[in-house]
Design a protein around this ligand. Structure first.
Ligand code: LMR
Length: 328
């Protein structure tokens, strides 16, 4: 081979090689702060994924609705503008997968064990499968925990909710829950909640303490009730076409990284929420109240019928299957 031809061939080989080594980029968008259970687990996934693939995969995490708000991020995932999200299970209704709203049903999980029986068993697998026709692959369930209620007035008995404008996520079950308490629900994106509370667009809201504290909601809410009336968790999801198109060895490494990030996430969720509730108390701006046994019974009486009322939307069989798992 002449020298010129050899140089050309070498150049071509080098450029093919350079192309093959350009990292695969995963944009992972989410709406909460980095120091929440979800935020930390996203960072952990990034570290594990980049290490396991020797840098062939680069994960870019965009927290705090930096790239997209709740509704937009699901559209961006379907369009392939981002590759990975972890929306709360209360946000899949607008996508047409209403069954995920089962997680929002009041008192559906008596404990974390009951929750894991569902998310890690056949029910969880079946729910993730429902995303596939939407061009989405479900990889894992991440936990946040049980919710507290907040407002600028004490929320002790059910009557205290009367007429309160309460911010909710875009779930019809949460809408029904607030109405069952006599409140007026209003759907708002997570990124808009602080300001809406501050300016009085809404009076109150619900979330696990980790979300309240990291968004400083306690600074604009005088009262928090530790009601644990409902659950908040996530599905980690990817664009299906992107995922299926990955080299098999990369996909396997990412699967393992996700598994390990999930174990990490579940281990920190409760602790983080306990710490956040303590921090809210210490900040001294919010009165934190635990309902009496009598008040708890009253909340249950008002809220349990929501499970039955939502059978038409979520499916009677799914609700009873979850209740059965939860009772094990
Ligand atoms: C909310 O919108 O209240 C939460 O779902 C935010 C989140 O992702 O935890």
């Amino acid at each position: 081979m002449k020298l010129n031809a050899m140089l050309l061939a070498l150049g071509a080989a080098l450029s093919i090689n350079a192309y093959a080594q350009a990292p695969i980029v995963i944009k992972f968008s989410h709406v909460v702060a980095t120091d929440t259970p979800k935020g930390q687990a996203a960072e952990r996934f990034k570290q594990l994924a980049e290490k396991a693939t020797n840098g062939r995969v680069k994960v870019e995490v965009y927290p705090n609705s930096q790239l997209y708000k709740d509704k937009e991020e699901l559209e961006a995932l379907q369009l392939g503008a981002v590759q990975m999200l972890a929306p709360s299970l209360a946000k899949f209704g607008p996508l047409g997968v209403k069954e995920f709203e089962a997680f929002d049903l009041p008192y559906i999980f008596p404990s974390k064990t009951a929750l894991y029986n569902v998310t890690e068993g056949e029910i969880g697998k079946g729910l993730l499968k429902k995303l596939e026709p939407k061009g989405i692959t479900g990889l894992a369930f991440w936990d946040n925990g049980f919710k507290v209620m907040s407002a600028n007035k004490p929320l002790h008995s059910v009557a205290d909710f009367k007429g309160q404008k309460m911010r909710i996520q875009s779930s019809k079950v949460l809408d029904a829950q607030m109405r069952a308490l006599g409140a007026n629900p209003q759907v708002l994106a997570f990124s808009e909640v602080y300001q809406a509370l501050q300016t009085g667009v809404v009076d109150g809201t619900e979330n696990p303490p980790s979300n309240m504290y990291t968004q400083k909601m306690h600074e604009v809410q005088k009262h928090v009730t530790v009601s644990n009336h409902g659950y908040l968790g996530y599905a980690v999801i990817v664009n299906k076409k992107f995922w299926d198109g990955l080299p098999a060895d990369i996909r396997a490494a990412l699967d393992k990284a996700m598994k390990d990030a999930t174990t990490f996430e579940k281990a920190i969720a409760q602790r983080d929420n306990d710490m956040a509730l303590d921090a809210i108390k210490k900040a001294g701006k919010t009165e934190v109240y635990t309902p009496s046994v009598k008040e708890q019974a009253e909340w249950r009486k008002a809220l349990l019928p929501v499970q039955k009322d939502m059978e038409g939307r979520i499916g009677k069989d799914l609700i009873s299957a979850i209740n059965k798992e939860a009772a094990k």
